[in-house]
Design a protein around this ligand. Structure first.
Ligand SMILES: CC(C)(COP(=O)(O)OP(=O)(O)OC[C@H]1O[C@@H](n2cnc3c(N)ncnc32)[C@H](O)[C@@H]1OP(=O)(O)O)[C@@H](O)C(=O)NCCC(=O)NCCS
Length: 162
């Protein structure tokens, strides 16, 4: 598998993954009916880093790194990940997570923070914990899950200077 910066030509594949992830309404707060244009504008915002994971010539996952806060908070990175439903459970998320930590260090970030990890998202929580992230706060009822209703959200954090 190859992980590389995303280009214009990846947009269809990214949208296909993004659309399916938000449609299920169980992992991200994005409006499940968000348009392609808005989704891609978000994923390719100026000043952020966008990557894809490619296997056998096809895009199977995508992630972004950006600063979590401007100015005096800009030494902390934020990231978001999406793996195609057909490619889950095959190590794509783990490889993108490891790549992301390396990239964030290379870009000079001192820490990484995930602001919105849905508490029922066991795959993500286990993956992030295995990559050294800790749950540092719980936001009670901060997510309106498509089938479970109002549920908690975790903030997860990892130092990158160790
Ligand atoms: C979360 C996500 C990125 C994980 O990607 P993935 O490619 O399926 O994960 P991997 O196959 O690399 O598995 C990595 C670890 O995640 C955990 N994991 C994966 N699938 C799991 C599942 N169904 N249940 C529990 N844990 C699971 C395991 O701890 C696994 O560790 P292992 O490598 O020792 O087996 C992917 O499921 C996804 O895109 N989900 C929808 C969007 C999302 O939730 N993004 C993250 C928001 S915080």
């Amino acid at each position: 598998m190859r992980i590389r910066p995303a280009t214009e030509t990846d947009k269809d594949a990214i949208w296909s993954i993004f659309k399916a992830v938000i449609a299920s309404g169980d992992t991200y707060a994005f409006d499940p009916g968000m348009s392609r244009q808005d989704a891609l504008a978000y994923w390719f915002q100026p000043g952020i880093w966008t990557y894809v994971a490619e296997r056998n010539g096809g895009v199977v996952g995508t992630y972004i790194i950006r600063t979590n806060q401007p100015g005096l908070g800009s030494h902390v990175a934020n990231a978001a990940f999406m793996v195609s439903s057909q490619a889950r459970g095959m190590g794509v998320g783990r490889q993108m997570g490891e790549h992301c930590l390396e990239e964030a260090r290379r870009l000079g970030f001192r820490a990484m923070q995930f602001n919105f990890v849905v508490s029922t998202n066991q795959a993500a929580i286990r993956l992030w914990e295995s990559l050294g992230f800790k749950i540092v706060a719980t936001l009670p009822g901060a997510f309106r899950h498509s089938s479970k209703g109002f549920i908690d959200v975790y903030i997860m954090f990892r130092n990158l200077t160790d």
